[in-house]
Design a protein around this ligand. Structure first.
Ligand code: SF4
Length: 165
């Protein structure tokens, strides 16, 4: 099975109550191999919710207690993000997940980049909290921005244990 950020599949889990619907992922959802997950909802946050960023750090640093996640007004929500990552890891173990496709730049799901905590749309290299935890447990993580149809089919075929040809 492949874990996918729920918002990419069209579920309205995003902080503003909308989705990040991704037509290619929605198309291949019909193969029945995707598990939609929103770590922020699993961690106990409501939808809609305030947009937040990791402050001066990455998901790895949040997991080690070296960085916080806050909204623009300074309210800290770090614990919800850590809980959401831990709950997501439970799903990974429950369903023998082979890979995860996650929404780029999210403080939970970002794979290659996240925002820098200045709320100015500035990016830094690094992962969100859930992406970092999955990586630490050797789950291959992919950004939706890195996938084309060919690569996605390869992942799906690997997940099912056969050659796509
Ligand atoms: Fe999407 Fe991940 Fe944000 Fe949930 S936490 S809305 S799945 S990017």
């Amino acid at each position: 099975m492949i874990l996918v950020s729920a918002c990419l599949l069209g579920l309205n889990t995003k902080y503003n109550g909308e989705s990040n619907a991704h037509s290619l992922l929605q198309k291949y959802c019909l193969w029945g191999r995707f598990i939609p997950v929103c770590p922020e909802q699993l961690g106990g946050l409501p939808t809609p919710r305030e947009p937040v960023e990791i402050i001066q750090g990455t998901g790895q640093e949040v997991l080690r207690g070296r960085s916080l996640i806050k909204g623009e007004q300074g309210e800290a929500v770090t614990g919800y993000f850590i809980r959401g990552a831990q709950e997501t890891l439970k799903l990974v173990k429950m369903f023998k997940v082979s890979a995860a496709i996650l929404k780029e730049r999210s403080p939970s799901c970002g794979v290659n980049h996240i925002y820098d905590g200045s709320f100015s749309h500035s990016r830094i290299p690094g992962q969100g909290v859930t992406a970092a935890l999955l990586k630490e447990h050797n789950i291959p993580i992919y950004s939706e921005e890195d996938l084309n149809e060919e690569r996605l089919k390869e992942l799906l075929c690997q997940d099912q244990g056969y050659d796509k040809s």
